[in-house]
Design a protein around this ligand. Structure first.
Ligand code: NVA
Length: 379
């Protein structure tokens, strides 16, 4: 087993520089979330009525943990330090002065909560009540990093109130009455359930390209959230991006940088803002369309789509971890010159995502670079 990094330094500017220290989530105690105004967890196709909630079956949880532990072992063997969150009881009722919620969610996807930009880790606001307290699972690690790295900047984005002002009144009643076409049109216009009363973002709405951060306006990240990130990172260029999807949530199964000059693009979700493609083109970046996913249906009880096929973890600009069922995706990456490490991970899907979701960067070698010296005005 390669020697793992002991010294704690928080540093990661992009999605591809050599990875040396990472957080990998856990499936323990994950809940099928109770109803709340931000989202409708719809597992009717899996035989579960809308609104049903409670802990995931133990057998599913064990299988997911087995794959997560195996993934952590693969990373450790390659000399990457792996830390894990500390679970709390996600089944307990939670409340703030403004609302009560029957349960939390879990802590499989640290990528959703923690945004690492250079020597800063930002705890995202999140936008679901079920995920309001999720930052707590990472606190033991963040406290440790704070003690061990004198340059680590630890930021908690303003906790949202998530009162009824945060949601459009009567949204769901109206939404259910819309035709499929109108739902698509609304998605294209960025009209979802959240208002702009307060900044909201999930960390997984951000794709990091050094000096440029691409932030997806979506069902979990509103325009105020993007504006908050813009002000938080004045030395970066924060680009609002959108993709053609009715209910977009998290950029990392849609628009995935692989190495300087190369992005993997979802074959069904093209950019809605032309400046995105213009910026890439102007700076000589190549965009490749992802391979066909191996699965035709999402995993049982999963809120994530089959596009987890492209939710991969780049270990360095020549090495990438891909879900082991995704043969076509692996082949494509092999042809693009990568060493591909197959990682069995499909059983983790229902717990909140794929290989990229299940991780959060602490240290990647390298510094902040400008990969887009030729900008597109106003983008
Ligand atoms: N919610 C998105 C992203 C998952 C990483 C999807 O299911 O495609």
């Amino acid at each position: 087993m390669a020697e793992q990094r002991k010294k704690t330094v928080v540093n990661s500017w992009n999605e591809w520089d050599p990875l040396k220290h990472v957080i990998v989530g856990r499936a323990d105690g994950t809940m099928m979330p109770a109803p709340e105004p931000a989202v409708e967890w719809d597992f009717r196709k899996d035989g579960i009525p809308v609104g049903m909630h409670g802990r995931f079956p133990k057998e599913m949880e064990d299988k997911a943990n087995e794959q997560l532990d195996h993934f952590a072992k693969i990373l450790k063997k390659r000399g990457i330090r792996v830390d894990r969150p500390t679970v709390f009881d996600f089944g307990q009722e939670i409340q703030t002065p403004d609302w009560k919620q029957k349960s939390s969610f879990g802590c499989m996807p640290p990528r959703d909560v923690l945004l690492t930009v250079g020597n800063e880790i930002v705890e995202a606001t999140m936008s679901y009540r079920t995920r309001w307290f999720e930052y707590i699972v990472y606190r033991p690690l963040l406290e440790q990093y704070f003690k061990e790295d004198p340059n680590f900047r630890w930021i908690s984005a303003p906790k949202p109130r998530l009162t009824e002002r945060t949601y459009k009144k009567g949204f769901w009643e109206e939404y259910h009455g819309l035709s499929a076409e109108e739902k698509i049109r609304r998605g294209r216009r960025g009209e979802w359930v959240h208002t702009e009363v307060e900044p909201l973002f999930d960390a997984a709405s951000v794709a990091r390209f050094g000096k440029d951060l691409f932030v997806e306006h979506s069902t979990v990240t509103n325009l105020s959230g993007i504006e908050w990130l813009r002000r938080q990172f004045p030395n970066h260029r924060v680009h609002k991006v959108m993709f053609d999807e009715e209910w977009p949530c998290h950029i990392d199964a849609t628009f995935v940088p692989l190495r300087p000059g190369l992005v993997l693009q979802n074959r069904k979700r093209s950019p809605l803002i032309k400046d995105t493609s213009d910026l890439l083109k102007k700076n000589g970046w190549e965009v490749v369309t992802c391979a066909e996913p191996a699965h035709k249906e999402k995993a049982y009880l999963s809120h994530c789509s089959i596009w987890l096929s492209m939710n991969l973890l780049v270990l360095d600009p020549k090495t990438v971890c891909v879900e082991s069922d995704e043969k076509a995706q692996m082949e494509q990456l092999d042809k693009l010159g990568f060493e591909v490490i197959p990682v069995p991970f499909w059983d983790v899907s229902a717990f909140g995502g794929g290989l990229h979701c299940a991780t959060a960067d602490v240290y990647r070698e390298g510094k902040c670079e400008d990969y887009f010296p030729k900008q597109v005005e106003g983008f």
